[in-house]
Design a binder for this molecule. Sequence first.
Ligand code: 13P
Length: 141
Amino acid sequence: MLNIAFIAHDRKKSEIVNFVIAYEKVFEGHQLFSTGTTGTRIMEQTDLTIHRFESGPLGGDQQIGALVARNEMDLIIFLRDPLMAQPHEPDIIALLRLCDVQGIPVATNIATAEILVKALERGEFAWRELPNKYKPGVDEA
Ligand SMILES: O=C(CO)COP(=O)(O)O
């Protein structure tokens, strides 16, 4: 069982709801998390149970980031709105940065989300369940 998070900005909410409906069977065996409003919207339209954190602007991205920092989040679908400024932009950047620090698969658009969910469906996330997972590292300059 993997930990999966859903996050979508307001003009991407319908897109993420439709995406999760389409792959509900794939997601139902996993532990699901979301920011506040995204989770409410998904639960209204599916039978999934999602642990909802605060709304994004109130700290929800950071709460998900805390799990990422501990390498406890396995996959994030984060449909960002690239055409609208967000008041909590620093939180969004921080979350994506932590995903890169830990090597967490994160989709920020629907095309990547499709590819990752198909990989999930095929069982290609088994490496996330290994005890040591991915060990982040950097090359010295
Ligand atoms: O703003 C968000 C992510 O940055 C999403 O928050 P909500 O799901 O509460 O709308």
